[in-house]
Design a protein around this ligand. Structure first.
Ligand code: MRU
Length: 365
């Protein structure tokens, strides 16, 4: 029996990950995710250097959210430019894009967003510099609304795959905290929950920075979705025990053939899902799909500081001086994917053809 619910979808998600407050003199407000789940604190970011640091240090993280953060960072970078020479203004816009792109290399949403701001400026030679600044702010704010619409569309397509009574497993956080509000991998779960389906989530803890335990579990709890945290090495056991009916993850960058980068450990989960015949879904907005890359080998993988592994959260867990390897993402070959859930619909193999068709009528910045 499906649970009856009076929950409205709009009122479900209590957190706004990132938004712009005020007019051009305002600030980008973001929730500082390094403090969760212990403290909910918002940061008002007023300059591009602080935004770069927030992206680099994962105060704001998750591919779509860092895209929006970068777009807002572009506004912060140029809002005080004097209205003198258009060439100087364009140069400042381009410098800001390169600077923000350098904060993290893997998620393509970052450069997708900065390119979109550059394209906007290039497309309007008739506008004054003051008008261009206003237009850039409108564009950055529009990305928040678009992201909500995209995630909700992914949610509608994905929710149809979830059956009443299912348990789904996810890795890292591709939730509301990784987007403006809804999440890509969580939107189907939120919508299934709102429709009265009983759905339970296993959240992989996600070493080394614990996005699953700290963030996914926290946001699912806020919405009232039943969630169980497991350490990463327990995923095989829960699948072997028949406790998982589906896996859903997000992506930082998907290549044209469907290979995709996501948080380190995703590849292992995908291999397990195949072994235990559990369907494996990737929630991927078009902004995370890089059709310029033929395959996943070409995706740049961020390596992060060794201390995240050896003394994460303030306690040493490996001997001083030991060698540490800390890639933040891995690449899962497309053969492990059952289907890709996009805002335009569900893509099944062969993925190269399916993704090409999806992009046929889309102009990308
Ligand atoms: O290092 P993070 O926390 O930014 O990694 C985030 C992920 O790997 C997410 O799964 C991915 O960005 C998709 S978010 C919708």
């Amino acid at each position: 029996m499906m649970r009856k619910t009076s929950c409205t979808i709009e009122g479900m998600i209590p957190v706004k990950t990132i938004e712009w407050r005020g007019d051009l003199d305002g600030a980008a407000r973001l929730i500082d995710q390094t403090l969760l789940p212990n403290e909910v604190r918002y940061l008002d970011v007023r300059d591009v250097e602080t935004m770069w640091e927030a992206i680099r240090m994962l105060r704001v993280r998750g591919a779509p959210a860092i895209g929006i953060a970068a777009a807002m960072g572009m506004v912060l970078a140029v809002r005080d430019c004097p209205p003198i020479c258009r060439d100087d203004f364009v140069a400042a816009v381009n410098r800001a894009a390169a600077y923000l792109n350098s904060a993290r290399p893997t998620a393509v949403n970052l450069s997708w967003a900065t390119r979109r701001m550059q394209a906007l400026v290039a497309a309007h030679p008739e506008l004054t510099i003051e008008d261009l600044k206003e237009r850039m702010l409108i564009e950055a704010k529009a990305m928040v609304d678009e992201d909500n619409a995209v995630c909700q569309a992914i949610g509608r397509f994905g929710a149809a795959l979830i059956k009443d009574g299912d348990s789904w497993l996810t890795h890292c956080n591709a939730g509301g905290l990784a987007t403006a509000q809804w999440g890509t991998a969580t939107a189907p779960i939120y919508l299934a929950h709102a429709a009265g389906k009983r759905v339970h989530v296993f959240a992989d803890e996600t070493r080394p920075l614990l996005q699953g335990a700290r963030l996914t579990a926290w946001e699912l709890q806020q919405v009232g979705v039943p969630v169980t945290v497991i350490t990463d090495n327990m995923a095989a056991t829960v699948m072997a025990q028949g406790k998982v009916q589906g896996v859903i993850v997000g992506t930082d960058r998907m290549a044209a053939n469907g290979d995709f980068a996501n948080k380190i450990g995703t590849l292992g989960v995908a291999i397990l899902a195949k072994e235990f015949s559990v369907p494996f879904y990737v929630a991927a907005p078009l902004s995370s799909i890089d059709m310029q890359l033929e395959s996943g080998d070409l995706i740049p993988i961020e390596e992060r500081p060794p201390e995240e592994v050896s003394e994460g959260f303030g306690r040493r867990t490996a001997p001083p001086g030991v060698r540490i390897y800390n890639p933040a993402f891995d690449v899962t070959p497309h053969r492990y994917i059952t289907a890709i859930i996009t805002e335009r619909g569900i893509v099944r193999p062969p993925f190269r053809d399916g993704l090409r068709t999806l992009f046929q009528h889309t102009s990308t910045p």
